[in-house]
Design a binder for this molecule. Structure first.
Ligand code: ZN
Length: 307
C-alpha cells in the first residue's frame, strides 16, 4: 500500500513540477522522475517534518490520526496529502496554522476537503479576513478566501492530547505576527516554532501584522526555557531541525539587533542615518529575503518609530 502511494505521489510530483516549469524538456517520467517538491524527514516517534517551498510542516502520525502543523501553498496541497499518505494510513484530523501567512496556510482548503479541522489562534482567522497595507513591502495584502480560514480558534493556549502525546499550542503575542503559536510535543520533545525562528537567516518581523522584535525575542525565550539539550526544534524556514543551542545564539543575535538600533534611535539618529551606518555589518552573511535594511526598519518600527 505504501509503495503504491509513494509511486503515485512521485507521479503527481512529476506532473506538478511540469506545470511549474513549463519550459522543462519532455522526459520519460519512468526513467527520470522529476524531483519531488515535498520531501519528508523522520524525527522518530511517528513525527516528521515535510520540506519544500514554503514554511516547514510538522506531522504527527499515530493511532488517533494525523496532526499537521502548517501546510505551505495551495499548489502543493495534493502533494503534501500524498506524502502524508506514505507516512500514515490514518486520515488528516487536524491542521494547526502557526500564523496567517500564505506560505503556512495556503493548502488549508485542500486539507479541509480531506476532512481536517483547521485550528489557529483567533488572530490568524481575523487577519486572513481583512485587507491591509503591508508597509514593509509597500504592497496591499488582500483578504483571503473564507475557504482558507481556520474554524477552531483559541485566544490563549490549547493542549491537544493526541497520538499518546501532550501537544501544547502556546500563543506568543506580538512576535513574528500577533497570532503566533509555538507547538510543543512534550513527550516526543519536539517543538515547532513557526516563523518566530528562521534558522541562520535574518528574521522577518511582520510589524504590519502586529509583530515586534521584542515579542520575537520573548517568543524565542519561551521556547528556549521549555527546551533541553535534547529538544528537536523545527524552525519555520532555513533548516529541517535545529537545537536549543542554536536558538540561544538566535536570541543573542536578535537582542544585539534590537540594542544597536535602539541605542542609535535613542541618540536621535534617523532611520536613514541608522541604515547608512550599517550597524549590522557583521550579519551580512545572514541576509536572505530579509536584508539588514529590512530588519533595521522592522526594529525601528518595533521601537515606535514612524516610516
Ligand atoms: Zn510568516
Amino acid at each position: 500500500m505504501k509503495r503504491i502511494l509513494l509511486a503515485s505521489s512521485l507521479l503527481l510530483a512529476a506532473c506538478s513540477q511540469a506545470e511549474i516549469d513549463a519550459n522543462a524538456a519532455p522526459q520519460d517520467a519512468a526513467e527520470a522522475p522529476a524531483k519531488p517538491n515535498i520531501t519528508s524527514q523522520d524525527l522518530g516517534g511517528g513525527i516528521y517534518v515535510l520540506l519544500g517551498p514554503g514554511g516547514n510542516i510538522g506531522v504527527s502520525t499515530g493511532e488517533d490520526g494525523v496532526y499537521v502543523i502548517d501546510d505551505k501553498f495551495a499548489r502543493f496541497g495534493q502533494e503534501i496529502i500524498d506524502v502524508i499518505g506514505t507516512l500514515s494510513d490514518q486520515p488528516i484530523t487536524y491542521v494547526l496554522n502557526t500564523h496567517h501567512h500564505g506560505d503556512h496556510t495556503g493548502a488549508n482548503a485542500e486539507m479541509k476537503a480531506v476532512g481536517a479541522t483547521i485550528m489557529a489562534h483567533e488572530n490568524v482567522r481575523k487577519r486572513m479576513g481583512i485587507t491591509y497595507m503591508n508597509e514593509a513591502f509597500g504592497r496591499q495584502q488582500d483578504a483571503r478566501d473564507a475557504s482558507l480560514w481556520p474554524t477552531l480558534t483559541y485566544s490563549e493556549n490549547m493542549t491537544l492530547w493526541f497520538n499518546g502525546d501532550e501537544v501544547r499550542a502556546i500563543h506568543v503575542p506580538s512576535g513574528h505576527t500577533d497570532g503566533d503559536t509555538i507547538v510543543h510535543f512534550v513527550g516526543a520533545n519536539i517543538m515547532h516554532l513557526g516563523d518566530n525562528f528562521f534558522y541562520n537567516m535574518l528574521p522577518f518581523v511582520d510589524v504590519d501584522s502586529g509583530g515586534s522584535i521584542q515579542g520575537m525575542i520573548a517568543a524565542q525565550q519561551i521556547a528556549y526555557d521549555g527546551a533541553d539539550a535534547e529538544t528537536v526544534i523545527i524552525p519555520g524556514h532555513g533548516a529541517a531541525t535545529t537545537t536549543k543551542a542554536e536558538l540561544g545564539e538566535s536570541i543573542k543575535r536578535l537582542q544585539a539587533i534590537h540594542d544597536r538600533v535602539k541605542a542609535r534611535k535613542d541618540a536621535g539618529e534617523s532611520l536613514a542615518a541608522i541604515t547608512a551606518a550599517d550597524p549590522l555589518a557583521d550579519m551580512t552573511d545572514l541576509e536572505s529575503f530579509i536584508t539588514k535594511d529590512a530588519i533595521i526598519m522592522a526594529t525601528w518600527r518595533s521601537l515606535g518609530g514612524d516610516i
